[in-house]
Design a protein around this ligand. Structure first.
Ligand code: AMP
Length: 562
């Protein structure tokens, strides 16, 4: 019963300075440290298993991981880590890298993961641009750090991710070992509480054009993204999941999986440097892996291994594939040959990275074979939290008819609002939207299909040709391992498509074979003018074909015709 009118007003209709009535819920910050604390408290026995650089299997549990993350945090504070300081990592997927994800951000630092396959010049640029004060590196990458050391302006401490016994000889001065650093510090720490919009991690985009650009994630964006990716129709993670992130921890935080695993209590399995089909198969079998995530190139290696050795992984229920468009033949192989659910997803570093996931509705599931695979090739529907629209060059929204294509723009709480230490960015100018540079259609059922990167579309005679569609079809030829299509400048047609093919081991398809295979599947004017065979297609640090390299090599192919 209400005792006074004043109390009634305050309790039931709290004022908040304006006429809005606020909810009466606690305003607790969404901090990354809380993910690991939760795992350590309620999933204490769930394992984190890593193949180390030395090749042995390391195994411990979430509770121990949190203790060590606290030790790292104390060690970093002891070395003078201040709020917002950047801590660089050049490392494989493994338990120490996992501890750094939490230990660094847990005390207000920013964990800056780096792609070791970048050019030396680029890597040095990124470290200097980020102003990394600390570098944590796997032994594999010590020679790399030595090669760029003279260019580094901000780094004060280099810590090698090993113990003293495994520290290689190095001419670098003042190198610390991770194990000595961790073991010499206490595991007593109350994770501090602060505003959850504080920066937590940093990742530079590969930058095929211009300088690499820094995407600066926050605690809030990371925790909300973790909830989203764990959902059943996203990556479907839970306590019964044993997840293998093959996607590197430097590629958009391994797609957020280390955080989401802690949130859900999933068992985590890290592959270290051994990413070949044989090693992955052994690790998956040994650890009962149920879900594995990576780019199509990785799965190509795995499928080849399985076929060659007539084997598979009995526990594997699902592969999550993104980063570039998987060929239809790969989706079919996983589902029909090996009975494994193929979950196709799309996103980008600027989106933490998840944007869309392809899960068919019950009625779509029942579609006849060919049609069902047409649907599975699409990149899927946006997950809740991502608003997505396609626009024409004048910035007008386009119809969702499955045919009209335009640039994809996105907005949401885990999408970058601007680049780190960069004043202007065309991608962020669009009225609160982020322009992805991807070209896509949207169909009436909400499914998006990427037709190209803006810069990869081939413009022939004023009409667009989708390089992804041609590549996808060519990769379906039984003798083709990988295919790439690039637009080559042409005097008459502006550009013409050139197909570059890597044949399967021991096979030698001809140009005529491939053109005959494509004929009838696309309009005749889409057919590539020529087919080139390469022993291996050039791959970038995240396993994608580097079309820029192919363009450099073949750009003046029609020079004579110009
Ligand atoms: P990154 O920031 O390195 O992850 O690269 C993001 C870009 O990869 C996207 O903008 C797309 O162009 C491409 N990408 C990611 N996932 C897919 C997919 N499932 N299909 C086609 N392209 C993809």
């Amino acid at each position: 019963m209400l005792t006074s009118p004043a109390l009634a007003m305050n309790d039931l209709f709290p004022a908040c300075g304006d006429s809005k009535m606020r909810g009466l819920m606690m305003d607790r910050p969404l901090l990354i440290s809380s993910l690991l604390s939760h795992a350590a408290n309620v999933f204490r026995d769930q394992e984190i298993v890593s193949r180390t650089v030395e090749g042995v299997i390391h195994r411990y549990r979430y509770a121990e991981a949190e203790r060590r993350a606290k030790q790292v945090a104390n060690a970093l504070r002891g070395l003078g880590l201040g709020e917002g300081d950047r801590v660089g990592t050049i490392a494989w997927n493994g338990h120490r890298h996992f501890e750094l994800y939490f230990g660094v951000s847990g005390v207000g630092g920013v964990c800056h993961t780096m792609n070791p396959r970048l050019h030396h010049r680029e890597l040095a640029y990124i470290i200097n641009h980020a102003k990394d004060r600390f570098l944590f590196v796997d032994t594999t990458f010590l020679p790399l750090v030595r090669a760029i050391a003279h260019r580094l302006k901000s780094v004060q401490h280099i810590v090698v991710l090993c113990d003293r016994a495994n520290l290689p000889d190095t001419p670098l001065n003042n190198v610390l070992t991770y194990e000595e650093l961790v073991l010499s510090h206490s595991d007593q720490l109350e994770w501090p509480e602060f505003d959850d919009r504080t920066a937590s991690s940093l990742c530079y985009t590969s930058g095929t054009t211009g300088k690499p650009k820094g995407v600066l994630y926050s605690h809030r964006s990371t925790v909300i993204h973790s909830y989203a990716i764990a959902l059943p129709d996203a990556l479907d993670l839970g306590i019964a999941t044993s997840i293998l992130p093959v996607v590197p921890m430097f590629h958009a935080n391994a797609w957020g999986l280390p955080y989401a695993a802690a949130l859900t209590g999933a068992k985590l399995v890290f592959p270290g440097p051994a990413l070949d089909g044989k090693s992955l198969t052994e690790l998956m079998n040994g650890e009962g892996v149920t879900v594995a995530a990576g780019v199509p190139t990785v799965w190509l290696g795995l499928l080849n291994h399985w076929r060659e050795h007539e084997t598979k992984v009995a526990s594997l229920e699902r592969v999550v594939v993104g980063g570039s468009a998987p060929p239809r033949s790969m989706i079919q192989a996983f589902e029909e040959e090996f009975g494994i659910d193929f979950r196709h997803a799309w996103g980008m570093t600027e989106m933490s990275p998840l944007g869309t996931v392809n899960v068919l509705t019950p009625s779509q599931q029942g579609a006849p074979g060919g049609e069902r695979y047409d649907l599975k090739c699409k990149q899927g529907r946006p997950v809740y939290g991502v608003e997505l629209e396609i626009f024409d060059e004048q910035g007008r929204p386009l119809p969702h008819d499955g045919k009209t294509f335009g640039e994809v723009r996105v907005r949401g709480p885990w999408i970058s609002s601007r680049y780190f230490r960069q004043r202007r960015s065309k991608s962020h100018d669009g009225d609160g939207w982020f322009a992805t540079g991807d070209i896509a259609t949207l169909d009436p059922s909400g499914m998006m299909q990427i037709t190209d990167r803006k810069k990869d579309l081939v413009k022939s005679g004023g009409e667009w040709i989708s390089s992804i569609e041609l590549e996808n079809l060519a990769a379906g030829h039984p003798d083709v391992a990988q295919a790439a299509v690039i637009g080559i400048p042409h005097e008459k047609w502006t550009e013409r498509p050139l197909l570059v093919v890597q044949a399967k081991k021991g096979r030698s398809p001809t140009k005529d074979d491939l053109l005959a295979f494509l004929k009838g599947k696309v309009p005749d004017w889409w057919l590539p003018d020529d087919v080139i065979f390469e022993a291996e297609l050039p791959l970038g640090g995240t396993g994608k074909v580097q079309k820029a390299k192919l363009r450099e090599k073949y750009d003046d192919r029609y020079a004579a015709a110009r």
